[in-house]
Design a protein around this ligand. Structure first.
Ligand SMILES: Cc1cc2nc3c(=O)[nH]c(=O)nc-3n(C[C@H](O)[C@H](O)[C@H](O)COP(=O)(O)OP(=O)(O)OC[C@H]3O[C@@H](n4cnc5c(N)ncnc54)[C@H](O)[C@@H]3O)c2cc1C
Length: 393
């Protein structure tokens, strides 16, 4: 095997997973990130069964499962008529195993351990500006020029300076907070739950597991709102906000008691777009740098993990890994990007007819066999093979 010198731009979910897999395969891997010390951003997310399989290959699966919370169901109720409009159950006979909800900091920690234990070097305080091709690839940061590298992996996320992707901003975002899981609550600790008012308002709660193995259990609370309202969020009156949330979902009260300032909730904006060609000579884009979507289908982190695995396989199997990687992921990425574009406005938009269509047509249809099983596979990330022409673990 030829040992390659590989630079990874971005120590996020995809970058650290790629670092672990490529370093485990014996390559010299350096991971550059703008943060001063390794740190995660944001609240929690759900790693679907396909993503968990990649974590296992990275050597991070057991540690992630020790911290995360198994998710066996996802439910959503439209409050005006009390209709259940989202119902996904994992663990069907013969179906995929459960999702794993985990705090980003916990996921970051286990992936960072896996990457460094595999031999990857993390270089913090390196804001990447460009990756020029001069024979080989170089990495230009705000303080130095690094290289040459046989391959640069762009894993710098939605704001990547190396990606040509021009994503379409979505009209709705959300605010997110991590809160203690309330003692004595009868909320299901293994379910993602949401409540909707048409598609214009959504409150959600996601059990998150723990930051450290003996730490207290946590939950993510999120509230969807139009991006036009996000600039005013820092001055939001918290009592007025809680009144609005609790009018939608009174039972959420115990989850809001520790929140006293709008600064405790982090605003998030979403965008949508896919690179037609996620590679160039000696440069490969993975994760949000290659494709972005709203988190409505809960697939972004899984897609980044699958990209990392496809890239590691491509490096093992080809001298020119870019086209090989792109071919392996093409149809899975297209399907999930298409599904995300179709689903998102049904849950986050100003439309009146889309949520009505969702509640009166799609939901009844979704209960007819074999649709429930198809929906479970869609959410689990394996509606079609995640890596074309490759046996997936
Ligand atoms: C609120 C929210 C909820 C979500 N929920 C889910 C979910 O439930 N399930 C799911 O699968 N996905 C979810 N996602 C999507 C998921 O978080 C992303 O798709 C995933 O993090 C993408 O991974 P990545 O490695 O491509 O990028 P990131 O994880 O964003 O990592 C990018 C890294 O690059 C670094 N970087 C960026 N620019 C530079 C630069 N110029 N120089 C140096 N470093 C740089 C950043 O510091 C960061 O460390 C959610 C996203 C949001 C915003």
């Amino acid at each position: 095997m030829q040992v390659l010198s590989i630079a990874i731009a971005g120590a996020g979910i995809g970058g650290l997973a790629a670092a672990a897999l490529l370093a485990r395969a014996g390559h010299r891997v350096q991971v550059f990130d703008q943060f001063a010390a390794p740190r995660p951003v944001g609240s929690g997310l759900v790693i679907q069964p396909v993503g968990q399989a990649v974590l296992d290959l990275c050597g991070a699966g057991a540690a992630a499962r020790a911290l995360g919370q198994p998710i066996t169901a996802m439910t959503g109720i439209e409050v005006e008529h009390g209709r259940t409009v989202l119902s996904v159950a994992y663990d069907r006979p013969g179906g995929p195993r459960h999702g794993l909800a985990i705090h980003r900091a916990a996921l970051f920690g286990v992936l960072l351990d896996a990457a460094t234990q595999a031999g990857a070097t993390i270089i913090p305080s390196a804001r990447i500006l460009a990756a020029p091709l001069e024979g080989k690839r170089w990495l230009v940061t705000d303080t130095a020029r690094h290289g040459p590298f046989d391959l640069v992996v762009d894993a710098a996320g939605a704001g990547s300076p190396l990606s040509p992707l021009k994503a379409r901003p979505l009209p709705y975002g959300a605010v997110w907070a991590t809160v203690p899981w309330p003692e004595g609550t009868d909320f299901n600790p293994n379910a993602l739950q949401q409540r909707y008012l048409r598609a214009s308002r959504m409150a959600g709660v996601l059990p998150l597991g723990r930051m450290v193995t003996d730490g207290p259990p946590l939950a993510a609370v999120f509230w969807s709102l139009p991006v036009t309202a996000l600039p005013d969020w820092p001055t939001q009156d918290m009592d007025a906000w809680k009144d609005e949330v609790l009018t939608l979902w009174p039972a959420l009260a115990p989850f809001l008691t520790t929140l006293h300032s709008s600064s405790e909730l982090t605003p998030a904006r979403y965008s949508h777009g896919t690179l037609a060609k996620p590679y160039a000579e000696r440069l490969v884009h993975i994760g949000d740098a290659a494709h972005r979507a709203s988190p409505q289908l809960g697939q972004g982190a899984n897609m980044a993990l699958l990209d990392a695995l496809a890239l590691a396989n491509a490096v093992a199997e080809s001298d020119d890994p870019g086209p090989h990687y792109a071919r392996t992921r093409r149809w899975h990425v297209r399907l999930y990007q298409g599904m995300s574009a179709a689903f998102t406005p049904q849950y986050q938009s100003d439309s009146r007819w889309l949520p009505a269509f969702r509640d009166r047509v799609l939901m009844p249809v979704s209960r007819l066999p074999p649709v429930p099983s198809i929906l479970t596979h869609l959410v689990a990330g394996d509606l079609i093979p995640p890596l074309a022409s490759t046996a997936f673990p």
